[in-house]
Design a protein around this ligand. Structure first.
Ligand code: GMT
Length: 374
């Protein structure tokens, strides 16, 4: 198939899923055309089946906000027409699904039919999408899509709850490339960070309020009272300054390192003992899956799709949002040498169920069904 993938090119989960999916589809022979405003972070190798089309949008003194959606729709029209695409797959509803609708209507006037598949990732529904300023457009563009997928049962349920959706939503979970995300021998790194054999705890996120990174620091503060431990914080975002201030207030700065937007996160995960994800909302939790693939158990909240990934008492534990005491107890239980090896093994076994080679064919099936129904 000749497929156009529209996504955010940045570090966020939806962009990672879109890029990794495109790369995997290209490997099995599909031609994949990425359409976005800059080179996707993980589109970092050459493959004869991969193409990249940059959306250029001009600013003008009249525009306080340059109309990206229009430039994107125009680019989609151009790529569909000249690259003879069979299908557009847009990741993250806002504004990709409505831009795709516009492109589809324009192409229709020229006698071209382009089916659109929309994948819902989370905040496009649970935070931003249901806001009154976007909801009518999100509802319309989901219903106007030819195929709709969501990354968890919980996100599917939320979508039906918050919007008047008339379409079937197919659940296709996030996936992992086990060739890349696996425990690697990085013992020198562990010795450098934990010279006295401290337990190593990791959190990765975009440091938005929804990730509750302050809870990570508070849980770590409690753990540190009981056992020697170090915390690595990977990623960056709007909460970073507040988190640094909290570390100073709690006097834990010496045991916490901020690593920033590290690309090779699997190297850090390779030496970690525990991953903490205390999110307020999390439609799937790709970062937790990446940790599990590197044999790292997960202490998380029970929000959104997290219970569909993290098995309570087996691969980690689930707690109510904000229950720092419970998450501390669970972390200490997992970190006990009598329990840790079993949790690590279980985490890896569970991660294997989300191997990209199992999940990618589910997207191909959606594409085939959508094309067959045209
Ligand atoms: O986690 C984020 O804030 C980034 C966001 C995105 O859209 O880029 O991630 C969402 O999509 C990921 C991939 O499907 C999911 O694994 C994340 O759980 C989801 N984030 C939230 O629901 C907060």
């Amino acid at each position: 198939m000749n497929i156009g993938i529209v996504c955010y090119p940045t570090f966020g989960g939806s962009g990672v899923v879109a890029t990794e999916l495109g790369k995997a589809l290209a490997k099995v022979g599909h031609k994949i055309h990425f359409i976005t405003y800059s080179q996707p972070t993980r589109l970092d190798f050459f493959n004869e089946n991969l193409y990249y089309h940059e959306v250029e949008f001009r600013s003008y003194p009249l525009f306080e906000y340059p109309p990206y959606e229009l430039a994107l729709a125009s680019k989609m029209v151009d790529v569909v027409k000249y690259e003879k695409l069979d299908l557009l797959h847009v990741h993250y509803a806002i504004p990709h699904a409505s831009a795709a609708y516009m492109a589809k209507q324009i192409l229709k006037t020229e006698g071209i039919n382009i089916p659109v598949v929309t994948t819902l990732h989370g905040t496009d529904i649970t935070l931003v999408g249901k806001d009154a300023s976007y909801a009518p457009v999100v509802t319309f563009s989901i219903n106007a899509s030819d195929g709709v997928t969501a990354v968890s049962e919980d996100l599917k349920k939320d979508t039906y709850l918050h919007f008047k959706i008339t379409k079937d939503i197919h659940v296709i979970p996030n996936f992992i490339d086990l060739e890349r995300f696996k425990k690697q021998k990085k013992e020198h790194f562990k010795r450098a960070i934990c010279p006295n054999n401290e337990k190593l705890i990791v959190h990765t996120s975009n440091f938005r309020p929804v990730k509750r990174v302050d809870d990570v620091v508070r849980i770590f503060f409690n753990i540190r009272k009981e056992i020697p431990a170090k915390l690595l914080l990977v990623g960056d975002g709007p909460e970073r300054t507040n988190i640094e201030a909290l570390c100073r207030e709690l006097g834990t700065c010496d045991d916490i390192r901020f690593l920033g937007k590290l690309e090779a996160v699997e190297e850090v995960l390779s030496v970690a003992d525990l991953f903490i994800m205390p999110s307020e909302k999390e439609s799937f939790g790709l970062a937790a899956l990446e940790a599990m693939a590197c044999e790292v158990p997960v202490v998380s909240t029970n929000t959104g799709g997290l219970p569909e990934l993290n098995i309570n008492g087996k691969t980690g534990f689930l707690s109510k949002v904000g229950d720092i005491e419970d998450m501390t107890r669970n972390a200490l239980y997992i970190l006990d040498e009598n329990n840790l090896p079993v949790f690590k093994r279980n985490a890896l076994e569970r991660a294997k169920e989300f191997d990209i080679t199992n999940i990618m064919p589910l997207y191909e099936e959606v594409y085939r069904n959508v094309l067959a129904s045209q």
